[in-house]
Design a protein around this ligand. Structure first.
Ligand code: GLC
Ligand code: MG
Length: 590
């Protein structure tokens, strides 16, 4: 009895201070991206599906994530693996049925997980019935897409209306015989751009949002937003001068095809749809996250126009494994933190299905460092599937390449464009196809390293990327991470650190060494930190481990590793050691 009181008293006195009730569910979430073709195959066809996802949701609970976003699962000819949608309000048979989707949502809810859909508003598939009707000039679909006559040259040949280039390479215009006109596609030619100048298109896409809200989704990741509107006078884009290749997306600026003001206004309208839905239902916010590769000011502008947040791609676009600590601090961390609007919720993204994996873009040694940064900086953290175990890119031959961005290239250049290497199946265990599928052949090959690099092995190991990840998601639940201030400091060119503080909480310090050699540093710059610190989480390759005591003024940190540090006594409390000690004392006293 007395023992119980002492223990409870100590926990109340020194334990984690609780989180106040003002934040909305999404502001503190750790979000996980599922690429559905690659996460879990339930029927042995070598392609992931909804029943597969449902069967593995426990993994997300175990990993400590709060919400997941699924890349497109709508009917699609799969020219861009689901980002070419032929029906915005159904499920592709490859992935299952609407019933499977409803079951998935119900199971997710029962596990306390939020579900976010991928909304792809800029384009449909060329097999969508809207496009089929538009090609035939059937109203009201005639102007659902951007049609334009070609330019007739003196010799009679017809060429595209202007010099606009597609993101995937080549002209952004494709000639259509049936309609005798060119149509615009900012991505693949199988992805005709919808015409947002047409109010009927705007209304139809709002209905899509409501359709999925009615099925219980908690929000949307909105795809390729900057491309929504194009200048309706179709001027040539200015040349960048960066390349002589007119088929390269970098050949022209994108002044007339990206970031138009009307695009922001559209986002605001979608926000109104979400807010109305919330008001007329249970009052729980439905969220919108904007995918926009843009400079800082154009990115932040999405906050003003109703996005809950635009993805922060700084750790993808501005820095990589060759960056030193000064560059990471300035170009990624400060660049975001110093520009994010007051009271806006920050977010951090370290990978997605369009980019190389962290282990490859940075290095395998830096997987924990990136997860530590991602999960312990203020705001939302976004994890691409497999990053919790440090999956690596898989080299894929030109013959086996399926990504249109790779296939549009020649054999000597495809590797810098193909996104397939980062999309290989999730590595669950060491069985057939890494436990992803019962089939030995999968839509993309399983990474050859799966026998050693897989979730089951990392669950079994004492230290692993996954164990680090779990410790981080647990720490995220504390008020100091959810609501604390942040102070980022450059310690030297190779080492940066940040401290999170919140009144009533034990501060958390993160130190990261970006160099290939160990560094001995002083963290004196953090006045409020105790002189003696304890390692609470460490990169797997660090020479220090959980519970190691270190000095604030002379701390040796291993090559390419990161440490999460907390002050002595209190940190012990939070790792439970003192509680055990007191328990033992009380027991003997008794
Ligand atoms: C987004 C998606 C990408 C897709 C493109 C076209 O950038 O993330 O995968 O190819 O939009 O929809
Ligand atoms: Mg567009």
């Amino acid at each position: 009895m007395r023992m119980g009181i002492i223990v409870l008293g100590l926990i109340a006195l020194l334990g984690c201070s609780s989180v106040n009730g003002d934040t909305e569910w999404w502001q503190t979430m750790s979000l996980y991206q599922i690429y559905p073709r690659s996460w879990k195959d339930s029927d042995g066809d070598g392609i992931g599906d909804l029943q597969g996802i449902e069967s593995k949701l426990e993994h997300l609970v175990d990993a400590g994530v709060d919400a997941f976003w699924i890349s497109p699962i709508y009917p699609s000819p799969m020219a861009d693996f689901g980002y070419d949608i032929s029906d915005f309000m159904d499920i592709d048979p490859i992935f299952g049925t609407l019933d499977d989707f409803d079951n998935l949502v119900a199971t997710a809810k029962s596990l306390g997980l939020k579900v976010v859909m991928d909304f792809v508003p800029n384009h449909s598939s060329d097999e969508h019935e809207w496009f089929i009707n538009s090609m035939a000039s059937v109203d009201p679909y005639t102007d659902y897409y951007i049609w334009k006559n070609g330019t007739v040259l003196e010799n009679g040949t017809i060429t595209p209306p202007n010099n606009w280039v597609s993101v995937f390479g080549g002209s952004a215009w494709t000639w259509n015989n049936q309609r005798q006109a060119y149509y615009l596609h900012q991505f693949a030619e199988e992805q005709p751009d919808l015409n947002y100048w047409n109010e009927e298109v705007v209304a139809a896409m709002k209905e899509v949002l409501v359709f999925w809200l009615d099925r219980g989704v908690d929000g949307f990741r909105v795809d390729a937003i900057p491309h929504l509107f194009e200048d309706s006078t179709f001027p040539d884009e200015p040349l960048t001068g960066d390349t002589d290749d007119p088929t390269d997306y970098g050949y022209v600026e994108h002044d007339y095809t990206k970031h138009l003001q009307e695009t922001y206004d559209m986002v605001q309208q979608w926000r109104e749809v979400l807010d109305n839905y919330t008001e007329n239902s249970d009052g729980v916010p439905r969220i919108m996250m904007a995918e926009a590769y843009a400079n800082t000011s154009m990115t932040m502008k999405y906050y003003d126009y109703g996005a809950h947040f635009p993805f922060n791609f700084n750790l993808i676009s501005n820095v990589d494994g060759s960056s030193n600590a000064a560059e990471i601090k300035e170009s990624a961390l400060d660049e975001w933190l110093n520009n994010v609007p007051d009271n806006a919720t920050s977010n951090w993204v370290i990978g997605n299905h369009d980019k190389s994996r962290v282990a490859t873009r940075y290095s395998p040694e830096q997987v924990d460092t990136l997860n530590i940064i991602n999960l312990l900086l203020p705001g939302v953290s976004v994890t691409y599937y497999g990053e919790e175990i440090g999956m690596e890119d898989q080299w894929i031959s030109y013959e086996d390449t399926v990504d249109p961005q790779g296939c549009n290239q020649e054999e000597d250049t495809y590797e810098s464009y193909s996104r397939d290497p980062a999309r290989t199946p999730m590595q669950w265990d060491a069985t057939t196809s890494a436990g992803f599928s019962t089939s030995e052949s999968t839509w993309l090959p399983v990474n050859t390293n799966y026998l050693t690099l897989n979730l089951a092995a990392q669950v079994a190991a004492d230290t692993s990327h996954y164990k680090v990840y779990q410790a981080l998601t647990a720490l995220r639940k504390e008020a100091v991470i959810q609501e604390g201030s942040v102070n980022v400091q450059l310690i030297n060119n190779n080492v940066f650190a940040f401290m999170r503080e919140y009144s009533g909480s034990v501060p958390v310090m993160v130190v990261a060494n970006l160099a290939n050699n160990s560094e001995t540093v002083s963290l004196e710059v953090f006045d409020n930190a105790a002189d003696t610190l304890l390692v609470s989480i460490a990169s797997v390759d660090s020479s220090l481990t959980e519970g190691s005591e270190v000095s604030k003024t002379s701390l040796e940190i291993s090559a390419l590793s990161a440490l999460v540090l907390r002050s002595g006594a209190e940190a012990l409390i939070s790792s439970g050691i003192i509680i055990l000690f007191v328990t033992a004392l009380a027991y003997f006293h008794h």
